[in-house]
Ligand binder design. Structure first.
Ligand SMILES: [Mg+2]
Length: 265
């Protein structure tokens, strides 16, 4: 995959590749959906773009980059779609961790949160077709991708109203993500997961976090002290990321250049 060298730049960070080249240690953390894999209405058909899995393995095998994955999906879904890369992975919006040796850590909801999540699932099923409702260990999600804009907005707005009304008192929060809405544990997110990951590193490590969604904003905030956040996509929404790539194809180019830049360093 190193052939066909690319000169892709990260919009907003002209010095990006010089900083990556000069770094003593590097950590590259990647979101999955919308970053490595284009969105699909059937979520279990959202595979990574061709060549991306091989690139990640090559980057990992150079030993020059600590690679990690982060997703809103349950980890078993990520493993089914991307395969096991033997790198740290965080799933379900920061509530699940899987380490390269296969051990896992899961943040479970307490009794009060669990009872609200059970109710939240019923509320979601009353408003949306069953196949669009997903109960995860520590959250309930409703997926609206593929619906008309009007129907998606109607369901999201109605549920957000119901969930937000008492989310706070159950230490939960209602958050929108690209293609849906989720009732989830408050205070645990991709930012806290990234902090946990970075706490395992010793010495000065340049960290780069790449993601496309509103849920990645928590990680973009955390990564600012350690390196760069790169937002994927063509929207002009406000973001805490400093860099930008246009979509998964650009991320693939980025990974090719990352490999070429770091392999010999
Ligand atoms: Mg994403």
């Amino acid at each position: 995959m190193t052939e066909g060298r690319t000169r892709i730049e990260v919009e907003g960070i002209p010095e990006f590749w010089d900083v990556v080249t000069a770094a003593e240690q590097r950590c590259l953390v990647l979101d999955y959906d919308g970053t490595l894999a284009p969105f699909r209405e059937d979520r279990m058909r959202a595979f990574p773009l061709e060549g991306i899995r091989e690139l990640l393995i090559e980057i990992r095998d150079t030993g020059k980059t600590h690679l990690a994955m982060m997703t809103g999906r349950p980890l078993d879904e990520l493993l089914a779609l991307l395969g096991d890369l033997d790198v740290p992975m965080s799933g379900s919006q920061g509530t699940e961790f899987r380490f390269p040796d296969g051990t896992t850590q899961t943040h479970l909801p307490d009794e009060v949160q669990e009872s609200r999540l059970v109710r939240g699932e019923k509320e979601a099923r009353a408003l949306a077709p069953d196949y669009r409702v997903e109960r995860k260990t520590a959250s309930v999600a409703v997926h609206t991708r593929g619906m008309s804009e009007l129907d998606a907005a109607r369901i999201q707005d109605a549920l957000c109203g119901v969930w937000s009304a008492d989310a706070e008192e159950h230490e939960l929060e209602c958050r929108r993500f690209c293609g849906g809405l989720e009732l989830r544990i408050k205070g645990i997110d991709k930012g806290t997961a990234l902090r946990t990951l970075l706490n395992t590193r010793e010495g000065k490590t340049l960290c780069v976090y790449v993601g496309d969604d509103d849920t990645d904003e928590d990680a973009f905030e955390v990564v600012r002290e350690h390196g760069f956040g790169i937002k994927v996509g063509s929207q002009e929404d406000p973001t805490a990321a400093t860099g930008k790539l246009t979509g998964p194809e650009a991320v693939r180019e980025f990974l090719i250049r990352w490999l070429a830049t770091t392999a010999g360093k």
